[in-house]
Design a protein around this ligand. Structure first.
Ligand code: ACO
Length: 318
């Protein structure tokens, strides 16, 4: 037994930051950002907390799934860093919605949603959970160096949620971790207040070798996607819709070209939100379901790559 998608939700910060506004902060331009990435604007947390966004997304997903919080058996939240290191964001949301099910966070960077869905699948297949709430929530604006034009223009904030219930939607999944080689790193130096530790700490901001990550991303995107297609006994051109991680339009185009798949199959929202790490695919899925894009039986490919270096592809039948 596996799962089906019973309801989805999402929530975004109100504050829109355009490329033009960023060019007043760092040495960049609307033209550079659009041609190199496809991003036009992103959402940035101001007065809201990440917890508030995640809660809104969770309530929307539960309402769409017509499920009460007391019926949820497991809550998993994919996030790099929630408002508190502990309790986990999953536990905080459990408290807010009045649910006492086990709840924990998963850090697989941009691939967090796929990792979380695989964990949920294991719980559901073994009969340990029936209804699972998965959250994704990222506050990348708190993690980037706003003086570094090579990273701060890329990211945005947001939250999403999906309720999974018993069904047969999951067709195949492939996940990997590869050597990081320092290509994406964010040191955790928060609370480095031990009087016994005199080591100099790196700045607590996202550091990325964009070129290295780009090469990894294109290759991992195509490889993981081809693996899940082979597992399910289909060829990539039989996929109805591809929901790729929204890091860079050029990565999506290059990977699809490698796979021989037309780029019209790929759905995107990067122009509006930038890279929201684990939340990108979740918001995309929720928005596309809301606008009625998919019909029952459509084959959807969720594919992502990110810090770790992690990568994963998940093939589901809607
Ligand atoms: N505005 C203007 N110029 C810029 C900017 C900017 N915002 N950023 C970099 N540049 C300059 C560079 O300094 C460089 O100038 P130089 O030639 O004088 O040295 C020039 O633009 C080209 O820089 P590149 O890094 O070669 O640009 P590239 O075309 O590779 O694009 C990018 C950079 C967008 C980061 C790309 O490499 C990329 O998308 N990489 C993958 C990122 C990714 O997928 N991350 C996902 C994981 S994130 C996570 O997990 C948290």
């Amino acid at each position: 037994m596996s799962y089906t998608i019973a309801g989805t939700g999402y929530a975004l910060p109100k504050r829109v930051v355009t490329n033009g506004q960023l060019s007043e902060i760092v040495d960049t331009s609307n033209e550079w950002i659009i041609t190199r990435t496809g991003i036009e604007e992103r959402r940035v947390l101001t007065d809201e907390s990440l917890t508030e966004l995640a809660l809104q997304a969770a309530k929307m997903a539960m309402a769409n799934a017509k499920i009460k919080s007391t019926e949820i058996d497991l809550i998993i939240c994919a996030t790099i860093r929630s408002d508190t290191i502990t309790p986990s964001l999953a536990c905080t949301i459990a408290e807010h919605i009045g649910c006492t099910a086990p709840a924990f966070d998963v850090n697989a960077a941009c691939v967090g949603l796929i990792y979380a869905m695989e964990i949920a699948d294991s719980f559901m297949a073994s009969g340990k959970a029936k209804n699972v709430l998965i959250l994704t929530a990222e506050a990348m604006s708190k993690l980037v160096d706003w003086t570094d034009r090579s990273t701060c223009v890329l990211f945005g904030d947001g939250a999403g949620a999906v309720v999974l219930q018993p069904g047969r939607s999951r067709l195949a999944c492939s996940m990997q971790s590869a050597a990081n080689n320092g290509s994406i790193l964010m040191p955790n130096t928060e609370g480095e207040n031990s009087p016994f530790n005199k080591h100099k700490q790196d700045k607590m901001v996202v550091q990325m070798d964009g070129g290295e990550v780009y090469k990894f991303a294109v290759s991992a995107f195509a490889k993981r996607s081809e693996e899940v297609c082979a597992m399910a006994g289909i060829v990539p051109t039989e996929i109805d819709w591809i929901l790729p991680h929204q890091a860079n339009l050029r990565i999506i185009d290059a990977a699809l070209k490698k796979m021989g798949v037309h780029k019209e199959r790929a759905l995107t929202n990067i122009h509006k939100y930038g890279n929201m790490s684990a939340t990108s695919i979740m918001v995309l899925l929720a928005e596309e379901i809301e606008r009625g894009r998919f019909k029952r039986g459509d084959k959807l490919l969720l594919v992502s790559f990110g810090a770790g270096l992690t990568s994963g592809a998940l093939l589901i039948e809607y």
